[in-house]
Design a protein around this ligand. Structure first.
Ligand code: B12
Ligand code: SF4
Length: 498
């Protein structure tokens, strides 16, 4: 038979396919467009109800808050069309800003940085390695004659380095109580040096300026801050180094106030920002029972021992918890002990994950490769563990000695730091000499592990094979995030930005 006999049929099929794809794209664009229009209306109402006084106050100064993006291993910045999960830091700083200051927030991941801004002051944050990009941005603004203040957890660990590298001032620790002083000093031409922020066990702040982020190209999840810090002291962890084994949290009333506000903006899915939402069990149960009344769905992160506390687990499920992320670190007990993570045992991991899933909560994990107990077999063992346990969202990091942590000091004393350029400290490059393999072996094993776990069949096995009952929307969202991570892995970008 001549193949050309089939041509009309092939052309018809293609046209039908294109027609339906076009319809789908149109439907998605219309849905997103109307969601954005509604959001605009809700933002207007939100500002009127909560920030009427701020709007009415004449502005004398303007601050531009810049949130740098991640940098790929090839040096290029990560850019996205949408930010599925916007950060809350800008909204918090904005809420703490006096009413006579105008505020603009820029997320570099989805927006261009306006280097020709009319802002009087530039405030640059930066999460982990985002700080190195932040330093570059700060230098660019300095070259244009602007004054720059920097802050954030990473900047707080190395404030002198930040000052030596271009910033006029740096905020160490939390901005509450000190941000207003920084701005006052700026107004008087005296902003300079290190400002020490608060580090109290309880946190309280005004309602974050959610309106300033809700207008952007963001997804369906809004962050609400619950607590930070952690009662443990794993030696590689910057949280432990920063908060010295202390867990600080906001009151239930404040968290609930913020969730209600976020709901008024149309968001029913929430990231409860916390390093360990299970750190204070009595408080967690109280918080969950209040959240339950609000009919929202939430995700967060916590220690695995939530599995041993059935009351807390149940309260979490009933309050709408969809997914919890666990820092498992390693499947190797010798490695776990060597980083001083002593409150869990690797042999208990599977049972705990099963209990959590049986309760109805999906799991995400964070693991570290290259710890002293790790031999070259660790990559395959880790991949098997992730796939066997149907972990919905796994993330991996190469062990990185963050300055300020005990791990950094130990590796420095042992002369095992082989790369002193902090810009490479992004947890996906090897900057130290591993104990049981070469740096190249660690690098290759790390990406091989990512590739193995993020093949299409493995994604389907982990996401669709999960026994948890999730809504179609949540399941598709997890699938989408997996495909997004897979795309990143193929480009050799460690998944991190959402
Ligand atoms: C939520 C979260 C995320 C979300 C962020 C969503 C987003 N789009 O921003 C997601 C999951 C996407 C994410 C991604 C990443 N994250 Co993250 N993340 C967090 C988490 C849990 C909370 C951050 C937060 O919102 N805190 C609440 C706000 C209010 O607090 P804050 O940012 O610290 O800000 C306060 C002060 O620091 C200060 N401040 C902050 N900035 C500034 C700036 C100025 C000028 C001033 C004056 C003050 C100031 O004032 C604020 C109010 O007090 C933290 C853990 C933690 N405890 O911080 C990790 C954490 C910050 N992340 C971390 C890392 C490593 C990353 C990634 C690099 C992971 C990766 N390998 O890809 C990426 C980086 C993304 C980026 N843009 O650069 C590390 C950073 C380690 C370090 N050495 O500092 C942390 C500490 C987690 C950890 N356990 O190690 N993260
Ligand atoms: S349990 Fe997690 S957050 Fe707490 S110190 Fe250890 S690694 Fe850091």
């Amino acid at each position: 038979m001549d193949l050309r006999d089939n041509e009309p049929e092939v052309i018809t099929n293609m046209m039908v396919f294109l027609y339906f794809t076009g319809l789908l794209i149109l439907a998605a664009a219309t849905a997103y467009g109307s969601w954005q229009l509604r959001r605009r209306y809700l933002v207007k109402r939100f500002v009127k109800d909560y920030y009427g006084q701020w709007t009415a106050t004449p502005k004398k100064f303007k601050v531009l808050l810049v949130f740098p993006t991640l940098i790929r291993n090839d040096g290029r910045p990560v850019k996205q069309l949408f930010l599925l999960l916007p950060g809350i830091t800008g909204a918090v700083l904005a809420a703490l800003t006096p009413a006579h200051w105008d505020i603009e927030i820029v997320f570099e991941t989805i927006e261009k940085i306006p280097f020709d801004t009319d802002a009087d002051l530039i405030a640059v944050s930066g999460m982990g390695v985002g700080l190195w990009q932040g330093i570059k941005i700060a230098k660019e603004f300095k070259a244009r004659g602007k004054q720059v203040v920097m802050g954030g957890l990473m900047a707080s660990l190395i404030p002198k380095y930040i000052l030596e590298n271009g910033a006029d001032a740096v905020c160490v620790g939390d901005a509450e109580g000190v941000w207003e002083k920084i701005l006052r000093d700026f107004e008087q031409g005296q902003m300079k040096g290190i400002y020490n922020g608060t580090e109290s066990a309880s946190l309280s702040w005004p309602l974050p300026r959610y309106d300033l982020i809700a207008r952007k190209r963001i997804g369906f999840v809004m962050p609400v801050f619950a607590g930070r810090g952690c009662p443990h002291s794993c030696d590689f962890c910057s949280i432990a180094a920063h908060y010295h084994g202390q867990y600080c949290r906001r009151s239930t009333e404040e968290v609930i106030r913020d969730i209600k506000a976020v709901k008024r903006l149309g968001f029913k899915r929430i990231l409860l920002v916390d390093d360990n939402i299970a750190a204070d069990p009595a408080h967690a149960i109280e918080l969950f029972s209040e959240i339950k009344k609000l009919d929202v769905q939430w995700v967060s992160q916590c220690a695995l021992y939530i599995a041993d506390k059935p009351g807390m687990l149940e309260a979490a499920v009933h309050s709408g918890c969809l997914t919890l992320s666990f820092g498992l670190e390693t499947v190797n007990q010798a490695s776990l002990s060597s980083i001083n993570k002593l409150f869990v045992k690797v042999e208990d991991y599977e049972k705990c994950l099963e209990t959590i899933r049986e309760a109805g909560i999906d799991t995400a994990t964070e693991m570290v490769l290259g710890i002293d107990g790790d031999d070259p077999g660790v990559f395959d063992r880790t991949a098997d563990f992730i796939i066997r346990n149907r972990v919905a969202l796994p993330k991996f990091y190469i062990l990185t000695p963050i300055p300020g942590t005990p791990l950094y000091e130990r590796l420095r004393q042992e002369n095992r730091i082989i790369d002193h350029d902090f810009t490479n400290y992004n947890a996906s490059q090897v900057v130290f000499q591993p104990l049981q393999m070469g740096p190249d072996e660690l690098d290759r094993g790390y990406w091989r592990l990512y590739e193995k776990v993020f093949t299409i069949p493995m994604i389907f096995k982990r996401v669709l094979g999960s026994p948890i009952k999730l809504s179609l929307f949540s399941r598709l969202l997890i699938l989408f995030i997996n495909l997004h991570y897979r795309r990143y892995v193929r480009k050799r970008i460690a998944p991190g930005m959402l």
